[in-house]
Design a protein around this ligand. Structure first.
Ligand code: NAD
Length: 313
């Protein structure tokens, strides 16, 4: 049987990673971009990454790197790229006008069954898709960088998205080994970034008020909270840290409310505190492309190891 086909629009960091995730799932992938040169180097980069993953035993899926790479083709013609696709994942830069233009173009050329999905990190579906003829087929599937190693995908519908689009997207994400979650309605920052920003803003205030150093603040997460959160979420943590949620609330509701009432206002993320945090981070990791890339590579290796460990448990 011919493998199902997907189209990826934009072959940058996220587009390349989606292409690898779909190819690992056995899908035929057409990768579209505006520049041929960008596509050629994206394909080269994907091939290199797949080979390295195969050598280190971390390649996903049952096919070899060569077989997976053969599933991916590149294309600079939008119509040809989406022809025959059952799912289109848009991965162009985070710019509302650009994305609206691309979805407007897609709206004119697609049929009534394909799903039009965006990787946007923070643009609301109502901003992206309102007015499109195929709005029922539109959805946001927000990945976490790098999607190949961090499987979460936030599925965020437009108010007019058909329930079958949500269900089909959810099943597809499961099928390719990602970990989808459904938001019942759109909200600024979706869920992941709302949680992330809550943590970042308290981290900023604590360092800004001189309670703790920037490097120690990071350790609180990496050697403390984060160790738990890689396996169980905050609600299950509450459940297990007492005799269930109700008992946790009984014991800790007063204390939590007392602490939460001491939280400050939304930080400016500028000025002296920015300089202080920037200095500390830059001493640890100089802002030089080579050094940053090496740290990113190390991060991905850690994430790969963690993903492997989670699979074994
Ligand atoms: P990127 O800049 O690495 O890649 C964007 C790609 O889009 C480039 O290859 C560019 O040539 C191409 N492009 C530009 N205009 C185009 C057009 N008109 N048609 C087709 N392709 C076009 O960006 P990225 O980091 O891969 O981000 C892509 C999307 O994914 C954004 O919406 C971003 O918010 C989202 N996202 C990013 C991350 C992240 O950490 N990088 C995480 C989750 C979601």
């Amino acid at each position: 049987m011919e493998p199902s086909q997907v189209a990826i629009i934009g072959s940058g960091l996220i587009g390349r990673s989606w292409a690898m995730v779909f190819a690992a799932g056995g899908f035929k992938v057409k990768l579209y971009d505006i520049a041929q040169q960008q596509l050629t180097s994206a394909l080269e980069n994907i091939g290199k990454q797949m080979k390295e993953l195969e050598e280190s035993g971390f390649l996903k899926g049952t096919l070899s790197a060569e077989q997976q790479l053969a599933l991916i083709s590149i294309c600079t013609d939008l119509k040809a790229a989406v022809e025959g696709a059952t799912f289109i994942q848009e991965c162009t830069p985070e710019n509302l006008e650009l994305k609206k233009k691309i979805f407007g173009q897609l709206d004119l050329i697609v049929g009534n069954t394909v799903i039009l999905s965006s990787s946007t990190s923070c643009l609301l579906p109502s901003k992206l898709f309102t007015g499109l003829k195929h709005v029922k087929q539109c959805i946001v599937s927000h990945p976490v960088n790098p999607p190949y190693f961090v499987p979460l995908v936030e599925i965020v519908p437009h108010p007019e998205t058909d329930p079958s689009t949500i269900e089909r997207t959810y099943s597809l994400m499961k099928k390719i080994g990602q970990s989808p979650v459904k938001l019942n309605r759109e909200i600024e920052g979706f869920v992941l970034n709302r949680l992330q920003y809550a943590v970042i803003s308290e981290a900023w205030r604590l360092v800004g008020e001189g309670v703790i150093s920037p490097t120690d603040l990071d350790l609180v997460m990496s050697d403390g909270l984060g160790m738990r959160y890689a396996f169980i979420g905050p609600l299950e943590t509450m459940h297990l840290n007492a005799e269930g949620i109700s008992n946790y609330c009984e014991r800790y509701r007063e204390g939590m409310r007392l602490v939460l009432n001491t939280f400050g206002s939304v930080p400016e993320f500028s000025g002296e505190i920015e300089q202080k945090i920037n200095q500390a981070m830059s001493e640890k990791i100089p802002v030089v492309p080579k050094v940053l890339d090496a740290r990113r590579k190390r991060r991905d290796e850690y994430l790969t190891g963690l993903a492997k460990l989670k699979k074994q448990m």
